[in-house]
Design a protein. Structure first.
Length: 267
């Protein structure tokens, strides 16, 4: 039976180039690369009734692998950063790749029990159990909120984070803390990072964010009061932008861009 094989080397995913120039994930009866006796191959929730498996390799594929797979026709594989695979893969495969990446990350970082230090072994496809004390654990998600703040009908608050890799502007976001609701997290993050108060907080949508294991929960809100005072530890700058004069925006793959496009009436 054929399975999708999601093969990762660090943060890069192996893609298969098809004759028509599009990309897919290898669909094979056997792994598309050589595996070691110690290679852990994870079983992931099926996609369209097709089994899904994931594993990591030590070095990226740099040669034609048909001699490994014994496939009769030429196959071209290439490595692609997970984020950039959004622009190459069909969306369901991109989402599944994210889940595979998260589970592989969890497997690498859950080798020993946090209670007694014993070895952790898979109990189900998505849980591990300590061989000594029986402690069972499941993959953890880091939940974050992100909010589009409107002032009047034509202005939006945009900010440049200190960790942004290019010159785009995004939205205010941050992790949810213990003991608070999602709406309280929105209010706190906005106040901490900009000094502003917001009102009319409304849920928009959510998005898996496998970098490495997050869930982004999107909201919209209206400006209430205050002047912008940027938290320098988190942001380089922040300001109000008119819809006719926007800076460079986040990539299409992000919920931040979906929030902005929805506000602009483009979604």
């Amino acid at each position: 039976m054929k399975s999708y094989y999601f093969v990762f080397c660090k943060d890069e995913l192996m893609l298969e180039l098809q004759p028509d120039g599009t990309y897919t994930i290898p669909l094979r009866e056997e792994p598309p690369t050589e595996t070691k006796p110690w290679t852990t191959i994870l079983n992931i929730t099926p996609l369209d009734d097709i089994e899904v498996k994931a594993y990591s390799i030590d070095a990226p594929i740099t040669h034609h692998p048909s001699s490994i797979t014994h496939h009769p026709s030429p196959i071209t594989y290439e490595m692609c950063p997970l984020r950039q695979s959004y622009y190459k893969l069909p969306y369901p495969l991109y989402l599944k790749a994210g889940k595979c990446a998260e589970l592989l990350y969890w497997d690498r970082n859950t080798k020993f029990c946090g209670v007694c230090g014993g070895h952790m072994h898979f109990h189900t496809d998505i849980s591990k159990r300590c061989e000594m004390c029986g402690k069972e654990v499941w993959p953890q998600l880091a939940t974050a909120v992100i909010v589009l703040i409107r002032r009047r009908e034509d202005e939006v608050l945009l900010a440049r984070g200190r960790n942004f890799r290019s010159d785009f502007y995004g939205l205010i976001a941050g992790f949810v803390e213990t003991g608070e609701t999602l709406e309280e997290a929105v209010q706190r993050e906005v106040m901490e990072e900009t000094g502003l108060k917001v009102k009319n907080i409304r849920y928009f949508d959510s998005q898996p964010w496998p970098y490495p294991s997050g869930l982004m929960v999107g909201f919209t809100a209206d400006y209430d009061s205050g002047e912008i005072h940027v938290q320098r530890e988190e942001l380089q700058k922040a300001g109000w932008f008119h819809r006719t004069n926007l800076p460079k925006l986040p990539e299409k793959l992000s919920i931040a861009r979906r929030l902005i496009d929805n506000w602009l009436g483009e979604e």
